[in-house]
Design a binder for this molecule. Sequence first.
Ligand code: NOJ
Length: 915
Amino acid sequence: FYASYGAFYVLIFVLNKKKLGFSVVPNDEGKEKFKKSENVAFYRRQIQGPNLKYRLLLDSLVLTEKGARFELLEDGTKTRLLLSLTPCKNDTVRIVIDEIWPIKTRYRIPDVLTGEPPSEQLRVESKTKDSVTLSWSSGRYQVRVWHFPFRLEVLCDQEVIVTFNSKDKLWFESLQNKPRNLASSQRSKLEEDKNSLWRETFRNFEDIKANGPSSLGADFCLHGFQHVYGLPQHADRLRLRDTSDGEPYRLYNLDVFAADLYCRLGLYGSVPLIVAHKPDRTVGVFWLNASDTFINIQYSPSDPQGGETPPVKKRRLRPQTDVHWLSESGVIDCMILLGPAPRQLFKQYAQLTGYQAMPPLFSLGYHQCRWNYNDEADVKAVDAGFDRHKIPYDVIWLDIEHTDGKRYFTWDPALFPKPVALQQHLEKKKRKMVVISDPHIKVDPDWPLYREARDGGHFVKDREGQIFQGTCWPGESSYLDFSCPETRAWYSRCYSFDKYKGSTPSLFVWNDMNEPSVFNGPEQTMPKDAVHHGGWEHRELHNLYGFYQHMATADGLTSRSGGSERPFVLTRSFFAGSQRLGAIWTGDNVATWEYLKISLPMVLTLNLTGIAFCGADVGGFVKDPDPELLVRWYQAGALLPFFRGHSANDTKRREPWLFGEEVTAAIRTAIQQRYCFLPFWYTLFHFAHTSGMPPVRPLWVEFPEEESAFTEDNQYMIGGALLACPVTEQGAQTVKVLLPGSDEIWYDISSAKAYKGGKSLSLPVNLDTVPVFQRGGSVVCRSTGSGTCTADYQKLPLDVTVGLNSQASADGELYLDDGHSFEYRDKKAFSLRRFSMASGRLLCRSASEEGRFDCDNVVQSVSIMGVKSKPTTVNVHVPGAKSISASFEFLEACCKLRLNNLNVRATTDWDIQIN
Ligand code: NOJ
């Protein structure tokens, strides 16, 4: 039954058929419905193709305001290309290659980059008969282009960091006019079949290529790098694998139910960004292309872990990684991000594709979802269950069954007759509701929304120019063309309160199935020859489809409040830049330990590639988790940015209180702990929003020189301060924790016990243990006390926990604003505070001149870990008032000092002197 999504749908369809009155049942087929690289003609053409050698015509150099232009020529095929090179102010280099005289314009991706990064003026540094070296004002970096064979090197202080075309993989199929005799002549038909230039078949599906072959590819050598990350989404480890002996990574957004683990086929979303790291540099390659894309990775010397035989002693070679990108269409548009440190790389990438949207505070709380909560009474009962069991939560979700026959923007009249009253019931407790809204629209001429979309020309067309139809949840459906700005505007208006009957300001949205999923389409998606706005084929922009729906939905939610309230939209499909629009989750996982384990590197990879607000279905979507797995999943999920429990319609109910008191208590603790850390999470999101730093980070981001941490998947940093190592092994009695940094001190947050860094620790665990360590040198703020949702926690007093480093100092920030509006942006209504401790003095100061936000939040207690001896006195000084002495406790066994009843405001300056 679980073997395939196809089978799964069959069952659901059969169950629903009577109710829905249609008879389309998707084929019962498994993962064979998805292509492997060998099934893809452009991939075959490039991999088998002739070895092309381009020459760069040095005399064609033109220096422009935006950099330089060159011509490239391939002698054999006579292909002529134009290469534009743009160095940007933020230490990125953009390379664009297009045909010199294309017979028609090739697709260039709009809307993903947030603007043209300011460019630098290039100057010729030196010239030989073989090469030209160009430099720009920053001075450190240079670009050298070689005449034959064509190479493009990026150098820093004379050392080559990245070479473009180092293996002569540059490939560019020029657009051609369709040969007249293509269909008629038998001979050319054979030709055509061999290379699938104009027509390609896969299983029963035929793809007619209106523009013929248009693929492109290029390779990069990353010198000195042996660790490469990125390219979500795959259910795989953090470090990308060498693909020499298997499938390439594919980026093609697909609805893959219960995806095979460690598999390189495409999943729901794509970010074509590779991040390479070595101890002294982090670089990135961003390949801006939204068509079907494959990536081959080759490590040299080859990866000893990959081989079966024990690694033999190799000649000391400078390691390198070769990355080969191949895409079906568009142009070559890539950006090399030069770092040099992870922090700078994240900023460079955010400057290109945008920063993480600042989430409304409620969305960082816990979300309770299920396919489906059956009716209004069910929703109220679940909501009450959280109160009864004293488990905080913020949002309850409604899946597709809440609608009237899978017509989004409607409500099932029998099950959800009073949606407004239901939302008000929740809102009284400051809780929210999220409903699903998919991109397919039921073909129903009696439904006004369908008619409006049809008559407004808002649907994608098929290759014959008719409105495209495919099957999805409602049966026969058409698909909105979100790539069209007018369609997006129309769709956004569908979310206005007057149009969306039954919606209130506390209703938020979930975009699912937006790869898009088409049950009877090739690879269960839209045919590549479907046609979008502007006449562009679907193949050009397939990976943008979900991104655009997300954009229109987020705009709709923002606009319904007149632009004052932050939206919250969760999407399944995504692309580079989706971080600007909201949250994503990793799709249909399974309730097994392996899927729990893989959720960590999946989320870390997303965070490395800009998508900070993400998580996996807690508990596993498919199948029933046993109580131990469920508890461990809650514990892990509480330590990831987006925290939502979700389960499929045929699973057993699994609200946290259904498994006995021990399990309820463990889940309660995990969720409460998440709520206590909300001030910390919210601050991390402020930094993701303003500096591009991901809230969750692979260890190497914080410990760039610690090579033993470069392949660590199971533990990671939350901000710079906390090291999380959730338990993901069944029946674990101990957990091995790598505490990086030989100069570091780490404090177990539950015991305050200090450990020296630079070694591994075997930590005994029971079902309640969630291994989290605070780094010496950091300050973390959290809420103390308890409440029912984020709105309660927002008002609770704060505890400031200081972990001293070996110099007895520490610092950290706290960000505060109203938690829901854009006033932080438009009126600078925010407060950023810095807590810093040195020489026995803890200062609370403003960390930003810009913001001003008055709130009543108080710091009630301060805990300082790593205090060597009991102080004699502790004095609190608030400017303009007399110093007062504070009561304190000293826990000698763990060297922890605790100051209670401080009652000092978080937004005013104060000092605490410890004598
Ligand atoms: C597929 C989604 O991945 C899942 O989360 C959802 O419950 C179902 N669609 C039904 O809408």
